[in-house]
Design a protein around this ligand. Structure first.
Ligand code: HEC
Length: 566
């Protein structure tokens, strides 16, 4: 929009006071005059009526411009505009009536109507800028913020009374509707912080209206204090309970709901980003420290694109492997049931009937029976499943084993043990398995090593010992093991690893011709595995050693080792 027009629009809060003042003056003159039985001359009333019309016209014009800027709740803005226009019309009538002395009665009635209209218009305008309950909010004092902080973490019952009915509304639409950006692989979880991923999300999607300059719904999201304070309707989030958190709920409302956030005409966050915010809240909404987050890349698709990218589970005609594997669309009722429980469900790719299902939001309420009831109808379709932090136990292994297309499974911080791992053998397609913070132990290593397609397994904070991890690595050389010793988990002040010069590769060692490859795999001196960097040629054969010292011992008496090199 033209910047000058935008500026003109922002004069609305100033201009709107003119018609109010003028109509108040007009009414005061007329009614006080009537009381004193000395009515003011009609010319004065007519002049005031004309001025009021002009002022009302200016206020309305600037209001319409301001509305163009967006970000105003539509229904309220509509009603505000209608009452303002009504007021203007009545002002015109007042001007007409003020020309005839015999119409004085009608004139007074019209003035009363104008006063009523401007009062309602004014109230609606106030609700737009200050929130619905602005006027009477002081009467219904809310709990002081300190109490709120104390009770927040324990809140499994929604401490926000409006959350429940709206949550029901959310599911009332039968369409599978996530403002999904062109859906892709769900992001892998990463150890991240509020500052790295959560604050930037709010900055990109929310703070234009909930920040320094605008405080829509009396909610600000550019500071920790603002987020913790909440808005006109109370707390914005309930730490540990994403499902009861207003800001998640608003983002998850259908796009055409007038309370959907961000407003429908603004760029929408992706489903994966919303899941990231949910995961942050589910993890207790920490502002400091690192937590596992399903970090989602930012998207800024204009609404039009978002709508077209809406996931439809039409049977796929593509020949992609996953599509070919299962052509049937997942049963709508089962998807519905999942969303009713506020589980996150999304197809793994556009036009793909395979699903990514994440129980992050309702995790605390999901036990074996619930998970079974919700997932049983979808066994064929689950490709990525997160049961992280739910109450599932080893009984879940049997269910998961019946998911032939499961590729990624997250069981972190659940009660599963080695017993589940044995059952997983049925999930033949499993590529990635997260078992962090579970009680799996070395006894489960063998079952893990048998998962033929497994590429990555996350095992930090488990009972797997260093030797158990080594055994797993040895039996499955290609498998990526995450044991929590990655740099991300290291303390900031820790020094980088010291490099000894003897560790440096020998010149040319990297480019060893095949013919020079050692004939032995075990060091004849120490019995440790051979490092090809340390090799000697003896009797036309290349002999490998484990370290630079062993060749010296070997040369001292090669014959002594000959037996071992047979
Ligand atoms: C274009 C402006 C705009 C953007 C962007 C926006 N909002 Fe809002 N938001 C509003 C307005 C206006 C209201 C007040 C009216 C209402 O409650 O619907 C509001 C109200 C809210 C409320 C209710 C506050 C309360 O306590 O009543 C929440 C929660 C909220 N927004 C969350 C978000 C989140 C989360 C984002 C970012 C993902 C966001 N909003 C982005 C305009 C915006």
């Amino acid at each position: 929009m033209n910047e000058l027009l935008a500026v003109a629009g922002r004069f609305h809060p100033l201009l709107l006071h003119l018609p109010i003042g003028l109509i108040a003056a007009l009414a005061a003159l007329e009614f006080l005059g009537a009381l004193r039985r000395t009515p003011p001359p009609l010319t004065v009333i007519a002049t005031l009526a004309t001025l009021t019309q002009l002022a009302a016209a200016a206020a309305i014009a600037s209001g319409l411009l301001l509305e163009q800027e967006g970000g105003y709740p539509e229904a309220l803005a509509d009603r505000h505009r209608n009452f303002a226009l009504g007021f203007f019309a009545v002002c015109v009538v007042i001007g007409r009536l003020a020309k005839h002395e015999q119409r004085r009665g009608q004139l007074r009635a019209a003035i009363a109507v104008a006063l009523a209209l401007i009062a309602v218009a004014g109230h609606l305008g106030g609700s737009i800028t200050h929130g619905d309950d602005f006027l009477f909010a002081p009467l219904e004092r809310r709990a002081p913020p300190v109490d709120r902080l104390v009770e927040a973490p324990a809140a499994t019952a929604p401490s926000n009374p409006v959350a429940e009915p709206r949550a029901a509304e959310l599911d009332a639409s039968s369409e599978v509707e996530y403002a999904a950006a062109p859906a892709s692989q769900p992001p892998a979880t990463t150890l991240s912080t509020f500052d790295e991923h959560i604050a930037p999300f709010f900055a990109q999607n929310c703070t234009a209206c909930h920040g320094e300059s605008k405080r829509k719904g009396r909610l600000t999201m550019h500071t920790r204090e603002g987020l913790e304070r909440g808005g006109a309707s109370g707390p914005a989030f309930v730490a540990g309970n994403a499902g009861a958190s207003l800001l998640v709920e608003r983002m998850r409302l259908p796009l055409d709901d007038e309370e959907h956030m961000p407003p429908a005409d603004k760029p929408q966050p992706s489903a994966a980003q919303i899941a990231m915010i949910e995961a942050w809240i589910a993890a207790g909404a920490p502002f400091e420290g690192r937590i596992e987050l399903p970090v989602a890349p930012a998207v800024s698709a204009p609404t039009a694109q978002v709508e077209s990218a809406r996931v439809e589970f039409a049977p796929s005609q593509r020949d992609g492997s996953s599509a070919a594997a299962s052509n049937s669309a997942p049963p709508a009722a089962a998807l519905e049931a999942l969303r009713e429980r506020l589980a996150h469900v999304q197809s793994v790719a556009q036009d793909d009937p395979l699903l990514w299902i994440d129980f992050a939001a309702p995790a605390a309420d999901i036990d074996d029976a619930q998970a079974r009831a919700l997932l049983e109808p979808l066994l064929e379709h689950v490709a990525e499943l997160s049961l992280a932090r739910t109450k599932v136990t080893d009984a879940i292994g049997e269910l998961v084993a019946r998911m032939p297309r499961l590729r990624r499974l997250d069981l972190r911080a659940t009660a599963v043990t080695d017993a589940s791992l044995a059952a997983l053998a049925g999930a033949a397609e499993l590529r990635e398995l997260v078992l962090a913070q579970t009680a799996v132990s070395d006894a489960g290593v063998e079952a893990l090593s048998k998962l033929a397609k497994l590429e990555r397994v996350v095992l930090w904070s488990t009972r797997i010992s260093a030797s158990g991890a080594q055994a797993l690595a040895a039996s499955r050389p290609g498998l990526a093991l995450e044991l929590g010793d990655a740099p991300a988990a290291a303390a900031l002040e820790s020094e980088s690893e010291v490099k000894f010069t003897s560790d440096a590769p020998l010149p040319g060692a990297g480019a060893l011709p095949a013919a020079l490859a050692p004939v032995n795999s075990v060091c004849p001196v120490s019995g440790s595995p051979v490092n090809p960097k340390y090799a000697v040629v003896f009797e036309a054969r290349v002999i490998g050693f484990c370290c630079p010292n062993c060749p010296k011992e070997f040369w001292a008496d090669p014959k002594a080792f000959a037996e071992k090199l047979k």
